[in-house]
Structures are given as structure tokens and as C-alpha cells.
Ligand binder design. Sequence first.
Ligand SMILES: [Mg+2]
Length: 314
Amino acid sequence: MPQDRWERIRGGLYGLLIGDALGVPYEFSSPEDIPERHLIEMSPPSGFARAHRAVPVGTWSDDGAQALVLLDSLVTCSSLDLKQFSDGLLAWYRTGFMTPDGHVFDIGIQTMQALGNYARSGDPLTCSPSDERNNGNGSLMRALPCAFFLTPTSTDIIARARKQSMPTHAHLRSQLACALYALMAWQMVEGGTPIEALDYAQGTLEEAVHPTERLELGIVLDGRLEPSKGSGYVVDSLWSAIRCVLATSDYEACLRNAIALGNDTDTTACIAGGLAGILYGEQGIPVRWKEALNGRAIVENTLSRLAIGQATVA
Ligand SMILES: [Mg+2]
């Protein structure tokens, strides 16, 4: 495995987990209440009304845990087995699987409904709410590991990213947002610049979708014309994060920009942090943030299993 490719993969996984953990205390704040950029740290400045006060500093939330569940599932099964993956999501929800301390403190309403349905029906393809309004960023935030495996085709990446969305976010818009993000991340893992990777992802997805899916893809792609809000809506969340990557030249600035948007700060920073981690590699992540991350043994264990098994995932 080329050293620099592995460095980018490690950077991507740490990048998303650290983005999530960094954003947790700032979640739900409006942009005007977010501290000045240089004060955005794992521990917010004194006087800031932090969210999730009981959660230890440096703890990833649902975003990071679900991304680790997906990565673990891909490594375990050598492909995306939707039932095994959904069982992992349920184990996270019920027992804190892939959390640093067994404690689940952040779960989206839609994901809770979907996993409740899955617990009753056992069917990962029908358990998700799928109305147009059910397009939160809850499957986008965990999609990055789809891009970590050797020699898949773009068709494999698209299929894997869409499929992993199904158990909780089955609407076509969410599936396509995940596919765009995973394609972009994959190209960056392979060494592309963010702009090259984004152009590739858009062009590839436009060619790959079925004609009946073009309207929804248009809605996803048109999100690039809207201002960043850092909200929980999948289209805004995707483009808010991508713009943070495109507008900055190091990991730290990218994450601070993501959190400065306010609102769904942990998820915007997670989605942006995954791409920025790939772009700048593990070495580009500030040591103080990495050292502040809880649960690093879980990350290293998962990465070592990925290093052994990644060539075989289809
Ligand atoms: Mg979260």
C-alpha cells in the first residue's frame, strides 16, 4: 500500500472524527453566538453556553460512531452487507457500539424512527422514513468509509454510498448526496485535488443516474448555488462542508470555518473534516486536537483491520 495513500485514509478517518468531536460543544448555536474563529477549540472559551455539557471534551457523537460502524462492517464482510451494517447501527443505538465510552448522546429523530422500525421488521430496505422532508444529513455524515477501499470502480462507489443510506435515509436525494460525497472523497484518496475530485464526482454521477433520477440529482447539484447555512438538510450540509474545504488551505482553518456556520456544527465539521483529513493527511491535523480525541484505541484497532482487509472489499 503506498505510504501517502494510507496517510490520506488515516487522515480522512481521524479528520471526520475530530471534526465531529470539535463541533459537539457548538451544536445548535446560531452563527452569531459561535466564538471567534481563533477561539474555536475542543474546549470552548469560558462563558460559552456549550451543548452536551455532560459529554467529555473530545468525544465523537453519532456521526463518528456510525462512520466507524460502517467501516467496521465493510471490513468484516468484505462488502456492504446491509443487514450486518444495520445490526451494527442498532448496536450503536442500544449499547453504544463504536462510542468511546458506551454512551449515546446525540441521535437524529429520523434515525431513531428508522432503527426502531428496523428492530421490529428486520428489513433494512423498508425501515427508513422516505418522504421528501426526510432528507437530513444523517447518512451523509457516515458515508466517507465507502471511499477507503482499493480498486473499486465509480459504479461500486456509487452503489455502496447509496446502499449505506438506505437503513435510515432512503430518499433518493439523500442517496445521491452520499454518492456525490463518496465519489469526491474517493478521487481525493487517489490523489486528486478537491476541485478535480468534485468535477469528477458531478460528471460521473450525471452520467450514471437513471433518467428518472435526474430531477433529484439536479436538486442536489443546485445546492452549490445556495449560501452555506450549516444546517441539518442534506443538500445544504453537503455544500456547506465542500465549500469549507475549497475555501481554506489547511485542516484547522477548514474546521473552524465549518463550525463558524453554527447550527449542525458537529456534522458540518465531520463532513468537511473527512475531506480535509484526506487532503492534508494525518500529519495535517493539529496534534493537540488529535491528542484530545477520546477513543483513539477504537480508531487504531479499526484502521489496523482496514489495513489488513481493505484490498478485498467489493
Ligand atoms: Mg452528531
